[in-house]
Design a protein around this ligand. Sequence first.
Ligand code: 13P
Ligand code: SF4
Length: 330
Amino acid sequence: MNDKALKEEILKLKDELHVSIVAHFYQKDEVFELADYAGDSLQLAQWAAKDANPYLIFCGVGFMGQSVKILAPQKRVLMPKIACCAMARMIDVEYYHQNIQLLEKAGISKEAMVPVTYINSSAEVKAEVGKMGGYVCTSSNAKKIITKALNSGKKILFVPDRCLGQNIAKEMGLKSCIIGDGSDPKEADIICYNGFCSVHQLFDVEDIAFYRAKYPDILIATHPECKVEVCDASDFVGSTSQIIEYVTKLPQEQKVAVGTEYNMVKRLRKENTYVLSSTKPECPTMNETTLEDVYHVLLSIKEGRFENEISISEETRKWAHKALNRMFEV
Ligand code: 13P
Ligand code: SF4
């Protein structure tokens, strides 16, 4: 089947089977165009959990589909591809506890820290955070959540993204460190796990210098998963939806270079918009999902096979829900 025929089949099956499709902004154009709803991690979880259809096809990465299942366990959530975010894969329950033990050895008791996990983590890691009274945050609300968590008077253990943790600390005038970087974690307000996004590591201050030299009036917008020095040198730092809002409100003639995933940047604005990199910053896992995959997963619903369905044990879901819910309460 060609793309046009595939799309028609998908839309027909979707209506017949009462299925909603959501897509993250980083999805390929042809998949993105099919979605009933597109958004950043937070918006997708909120929208999908409230949606009335019994079946949801989530075009994104694994932790995003899991977030919907945690919030709306009655819904059958399927993914065209079980693609796992590279950053989320950098931490599991064992690593999480090993890092806590390292901090205990450095003189910080478990009771003296409150964990905050970026939403880019597995349901199991979120559950461990939930058990310790901690929070989930996203790139759009990290500052609010950290402000709330700091009210406890404890240190923040921030997992898994060292960049988001360091960027928020800098913005709030707080001290941060990375576990194992040789500094004393007792000196830090935000102690970061050593995880990162390989895609957002591609953006460098040299890329910013290049664009500023070429177009002196250009604006630079980056995602907080970028390195601290890159965010520091940017005019705007925000989540994917915040970047879209920022760029679309600029006058058409205003040039802007954007430091986030390629699919989203090239869809942003036809003119005067540049990818802040000399390489193509594509997220390999986000790009795994194809139209064929969406069609096959729909067929599996029709035939009762439910391929790539997200399932989470009730015990894990219950604790992960506590951490997610604490975020929504803030
Ligand atoms: P957003 O929540 O900003 O969409 O970010 C998700 C993500 O994985 C960015 O790399
Ligand atoms: Fe994960 Fe980075 Fe891809 Fe976002 S861009 S889904 S953080 S690997």
